[in-house]
Design a protein around this ligand. Structure first.
Ligand code: PLP
Length: 421
């Protein structure tokens, strides 16, 4: 999770935003419509896609929306393709979203470098392929170098390419999925565009599409009609005499319809817009550079102590395998718990599934060198302790109010209501 600036919270709490009613007539909510419209345009510029919708409520919801669009598009042209191909390194929501749309999921094994295996992909792609769902950079923190070739293989067979853009952080200002041949992309606002992440949300998972998929986007579409007061004079983009009028357009007969009540999680959009404007173009362009630099700095510091099975460098994240430590008697879970004693939020563990005893480290661009060093020192101390007395790590955390909750019980018998005794 990246640092979430306070100014995001200040703007999201402005009365003008929080006191809006979703049923208010559009002429009374021109401000928020302008913000949403501008945010869509910024995402278009950043990603190279043709158009965005901000409706989906999370990354997984964006995937579902994307799958619905693929289905609507194929049906419109009389195609009955039934399969979605997904690499085995994918996030679990990918196959779930495809299956929810009635598609059959075909998993393809990654190659020894942790990337999409071109031979296996070619063998899997047929006239029955509706789409490939690819994550780039993938969940191992590696850039799919063959992305152009991958898109070509799928397109040549008449399929579409969906990109899970949860790892867009690494590409900001450097590369654009729209230039790589991607047809549909989701972004995770709570991962890339700074909103508190965790505790079940809310988040947002806008999706971007190419020109040919635009008619299938959810309605309403936010549109702008410009009217120049001084007809013919100074009729430029930045003409201040231009009065802009934002509308909600429902007239898209091929649209998949609404995917969310009203227009999505507005508060998240205000935060994302604030974040982008406060960084400015130059700042946004440094996000990718710093997040990749920070991850590689940590990776290099930890490589002597932990196995990092794929790649020699990484994008904005890398995945440790604590298999060696597990053999000594302390698992990835134990390491994550021990990190809490050092004051660090534990990383994602046991994902991606293709790495045994996985710990996913994603520092983001906002951590200082002091913080990166402190995290590396803690990880190194834990590795050293495991060598000497693994049982001490198993009995952690020691400094938190709650030690180790019964996770199986929490999952099987959740208590979702506060009950006063
Ligand atoms: C987080 C994530 C998702 C799911 O996004 P949510 O916003 O949590 O629904 C999907 N794919 C990848 C690679 C992710 O990291």
């Amino acid at each position: 999770m990246k640092y979430n600036p306070k100014i995001n919270e200040d703007t999201a709490r402005l009365d003008g935003f929080t006191k809006l009613h979703p049923y208010q007539p559009v002429d009374q909510c021109q401000g928020i419509l302008e913000l949403l419209f501008n945010l869509e345009q910024l995402l278009v510029t950043i990603s190279g896609m043709s158009a965005f919708t901000l409706q989906p409520a999370a990354g997984a919801h964006g995937e579902l929306t994307g799958m619905l669009i693929i289905r609507a598009y194929l049906e419109k042209y009389g195609e009955k393709r039934r399969k979605i191909i997904i690499p085995d390194s994918a996030h679990g929501t990918n196959p779930a979203s495809a299956a929810l749309c009635g598609y059959e999921v075909e998993s393809i094994q990654s190659n020894k470098d942790g990337l999409v295996d071109l031979k296996k992909l070619k063998a899997a792609v047929t006239q029955d392929t509706a789409a490939l769902m690819i994550t780039n950079p993938n969940t191992l923190g590696l850039f799919e170098r063959d992305i152009l070739e991958i898109c070509k293989i799928v397109h040549d067979a008449g399929g579409l390419v969906y990109c899970d853009g949860a790892n867009m952080n690494a590409l900001l200002g450097i590369a654009r999925p729209g230039d790589m041949g991607i047809d549909i992309l989701h972004l995770n606002m709570h991962k890339t565009f700074s909103t508190p992440h965790g505790g079940g949300g809310p988040g947002a998972g806008p999706i971007g599409v190419t020109e040919k998929l635009k008619p299938f986007l959810p309605v309403p579409r936010i549109e702008m009609a410009g009217q120049s007061l001084k007809e013919g004079m100074n009729n430029t983009k930045h003409d201040t005499s231009m009065t802009k009028n934002y509308t909600l357009n429902y007239q898209y007969p091929d649209s998949i319809g609404r995917v969310r009540a009203f227009y999505g999680h507005i508060g998240i959009m205000v935060r994302a817009y604030t974040y982008l404007l406060s960084l400015g173009k130059e700042g946004v362009c440094r996000v990718g550079e710093y997040s990749v630099l920070n991850a590689n700095y940590l990776r290099q510091k930890l490589i002597k102590y932990y196995d990092i099975p794929y790649g020699k460098t990484c994008m904005h994240e890398f995945v440790i395998s604590a298999k060696k430590q597990k053999e000594k008697g302390a698992s990835a879970l134990d390491i994550a718990k021990r990190l809490l004693d050092y004051g660090f939020h534990a990383p994602t563990i046991y994902f991606p599934l293709i790495v045994e005893e996985a710990l996913m480290v994603e520092p983001t661009e906002t951590e200082s060198m002091e913080m990166l060093d402190a995290f590396a020192d803690a990880m190194i101390q834990i590795a050293t302790d495991i060598e000497q007395r693994p049982e001490a790590i198993r009995n952690t955390p020691q400094t938190t109010p709650v030690g180790r909750p019964d996770e199986v019980k929490a999952a099987r018998e959740p208590k979702l209501k506060w009950e006063t005794r």
